[in-house]
Design a binder for this molecule. Structure first.
Ligand code: GDP
Length: 298
């Protein structure tokens, strides 16, 4: 997986280095500082991190006798600072069990695959896991989740297409409680096209959950596709309001040049980033090390 992570962030890094090409810490006039700041923003790293890098370079806070490396070292340090604040694995600590994790995200973001990855990771840590197919809007989503559940060997509660998502969640929590399940992962419909419906459905799921366990849902994890770049940030904005997001998983970080968006998301929203997706199999979910990622990017 390290290869894939490296592959992904290497492309991000190549893009960043391309954007910084010809800019040197040797002549840091206002124009150059502006260009450096713009290059970082163009590389998806976000205005906050870019501004911090600019300020540090302007103040001369870098190794002067390594002018070539000067910019990169400062970028790496500031990227690490942005990521270190948000790199937080999902904790399984709910009592009474089960811990209920709602997974949300627009179609195609990698939501179903992420649920499978998360389930497999937790099973490997000896947790009892159950899935609930709460995305009743798409028949394909239900079928796909069933296939994953079978492959990973975890129980799933599902219903028919067009069925009542809250009803399935209710049934799932009851079964999970009765069978001593530790973690219930709930898929939900990712219909951003209709915010009202999305909000109503999530509110209904929350009401049903709350009746069974006032603490649930314990986590609301938003899945984002890194390849969409800045669009991923817009999705955080919308889902934060409508769904009470508690954490993020960013997918498809293998092989995209837009991995910098991880940094922009960290800085702008400060939401925990629980894991990153680096491939299409159930084994391709990883926590990340802020230092490691920062050193690859810059
Ligand atoms: P959903 O519609 O949000 O449930 O998305 P899916 O889980 O079905 O994923 C959409 C597509 O993205 C599928 O072809 C997945 O195999 C692929 N995918 C999901 N996560 C990753 C990832 O981390 N890396 C890569 N390369 N592909 C991914």
């Amino acid at each position: 997986w390290h290869e894939r992570l490296l592959g992904g962030f290497r492309k991000t890094s190549d893009r960043l280095m391309g954007n910084l090409a010809g800019l040197s810490a040797a002549r840091l006039d206002e124009e150059t500082l502006d260009e450096i700041e713009e290059a970082l923003i163009a590389s998806d790293l976000g205005p906050e991190t870019a501004a911090r890098v600019r300020a540090r370079l302007a103040e001369g806070q870098y190794e002067r006798n390594m002018e070539e490396l000067g910019i990169r070292l400062v970028v790496a340090e500031e990227v690490e600072r942005s990521l270190a604040k948000v790199a937080k694995p999902l904790e399984i600590e709910a009592f009474p069990r089960p811990q209920v994790i709602l997974v949300i995200g627009v179609n195609g973001s990698g939501k179903t695959t992420t649920i499978a990855k998360l389930a497999k990771t937790l099973v490997e840590q000896d947790y009892g896991v159950m899935l609930a197919a709460g995305d009743t809007f798409r028949a394909a989503a239900i079928g796909q989740l069933r296939t994953w559940a079978e492959r990973i060997g975890v129980p799933i509660v599902s219903g028919a297409e067009g069925g009542d998502a809250a009803g399935i969640v209710y049934e799932a929590v009851k079964q999970a409680t009765a069978t001593g399940i530790d973690v219930l992962i709930v898929d939900t419909a990712g219909r951003l096209q209709n915010k009202r419906e999305l909000m109503d459905e999530l509110a209904k799921i929350r009401r049903v959950l709350g009746r069974l366990n006032p603490e649930a849902p314990h986590d609301v994890v938003l899945v984002l596709d890194a390849t969409t770049g800045q669009n991923a940030l817009n999705q955080i904005e919308v889902f934060k309001e409508t769904a009470g997001v508690t954490g993020l998983v960013m997918t498809k970080l293998d092989g995209t040049a837009r991995g910098g968006v991880l940094v922009a998301a960290a800085e702008r929203y400060g939401l925990p980033i629980h894991a990153i997706g680096v491939g299409e199999t159930a084994d391709d979910l990883r926590g990340f090390d802020a230092n490691e990622v920062a050193r690859i990017i810059a």
